[in-house]
Design a protein around this ligand. Sequence first.
Ligand code: GTP
Ligand code: SPV
Ligand code: MN
Length: 600
Amino acid sequence: MGITSHIGLNEWIDKMAKMCQPDNIVLVDGSKEQKAALTAEGCQTGEIQMLDQKVLPGCVYHRTAPNDVARVEHLTFICTPLKDDAGPTNNWMSPEEGYRKAGEYFKGSMKGRTMYVIPFSMGPVGSSFSKIGVELTDSIYVVLNMLIMTRVGDDVLEALGTAGDFTKCLHSKAQLDINKRLILHFPEDNTIWSVNSGYGGNVLLGKKCLALRIASHLARKEMWMAEHMLILGIEEPNGRIEYVAAAFPSACGKTNLAMLIPPEGLKSKGYRIWTVGDDIAWMRVDTDGRLWAINPENGFFGVAPGTNMKSNPSAVKTVQKNTIFTNVVLNPDGTVWWEDGDGEPAAEGALDWQGKPWKKGMTDADGKKIPGAHPNSRFTAPLDQCPSHSFRTEHHHGVPISAIIFGGRRAKLAPLVYEAFDWQHGVFIGATMASERTAAQVGALGEVRRDPMAMLPFCGYNMADYFEHWLRMGVRMRWQPKIFHVNWFRQDENGKFMWPGFGENLRILEWILARCRHDVDADKTAIGFVPKLKDIDMTGIKIEKETMQKLFEVKPDDWVKEMAGIKEFFATFGDRLPVSLAAQLEALGRRLEELGGKKM
Ligand code: GTP
Ligand code: SPV
Ligand code: MN
């Protein structure tokens, strides 16, 4: 009798254990007792530290290795038999090479350690939307994170039965050697191998690796969609809730929008916001012909710096208990702090994310401020602790999506909001979206990185085929969500954001919903429909009319330049690019010639 009643699973565990050679194997059952025991053990080995249990009950602290603080896109590979199936936007390795190379690093990597077996469900257990994975790992930190981010336990094994399909996820921190770090995906084998890292997206294999890279491959085969999107419900006073899904690249505001607080001026309208998810959406067309979405995750893995009671009060309230803090400042009293957080760090005795003595205002040899928390430091917190968490998150069928919103940081080009003419045009907008580097980042100012549907680092197959898949999904829907593009980041001549953003973004969501209900007209421009200014409710906020006009301005010359970049990007896909996207580009060119910056 093996560790579970699934023969294939047992055989795989045995095989991986032979390779990794752990001292023992422990099945994670999702129980409180086991979680407490693992937390105690993690504290003993120093892998984690207990925080002040009076102020932060159930909270622990963790530091990663200094060379292991973010996803490593250059060490992330899609291992398909044919290189072309990974496409020009992914790193590729053959499956043989991948298994051989990583196999060497895994050999004996768990000697003297325990191998934990984590059966987890992405999505509510038993839902037809959901997928089951099993992660083998030698890290208690990973186990504790997976217990928050996914649904773990015996009911998952029950749902898996004796022969069900599951994603085989193998992780070993090994020696945390950056020169031997590999994050490998074998879509054809439904397998993920991750070695020599201990950081978030590299090792919580249910998240980016399964729920996006592997899932996007499965979704194409099974005709559904796996997307890097938040999901949010907007309830009107009459009780009607409309749901939207939005794809923004990393650090472009998904968590913030998902937890939006209505601004003062709109409070009297009685809106209520429901957070369904902040990072990933799985979407299916149902028998009603509409697109329905679930959040496959069960927690938040959010950026800590910048999170405070003013910018995101819901996030602050979410992380008061049962939360794992990674790479933030540790105060001597067992509390935590990060840059642009609430309050002040301890004046004496604080330790920075590397465990070094640290004080606010400390500078390096060049006089530059030394941050106490790593800029990519994160909190891991249960979804249901968010004050605005949706009552629909446990619903096996998810929520119906009325609008899909793409967005990025564009200092100059893109209007605050515009609407696609139709689904195909919307796919073109998503396929060509991009984000600019700002002065706050290293790199050339204004440099554009194309990030289609915010999926550039997360699409598990050839992106040209992914575009085709989006087009085909549209055909399957009787009621297609309308597609929009937003840009909270347009700047004036002085480099200042013209739009206040955050809670005020509800004013734009309002317009988006009004368009979905066909309640308001819009102006047709070369790039899509833009709002008539009178249709944006500006109660309680003062922005000059001239600024508003600038926020919605479409400058034909800039768009002609943009088209050159798009053309170049499209060319990388050769003749695998769907014809209709090339046609969309041509049509944009024609409209720019005909209309210029004029409205029709
Ligand atoms: P990942 O977790 O990496 O996928 O990022 P995310 O997309 O969830 O981004 P997040 O919500 O953490 O926001 C990143 C940064 O964008 C924050 O530090 C905010 O300061 C900034 N931001 C978010 N929303 C707005 C907005 O409406 N306007 C402006 N100007 N900045 C915003
Ligand atoms: C992102 O980078 O988009 C994240 C963090 O959400 S990670 O889980 O590391 O991918
Ligand atoms: Mn993300």
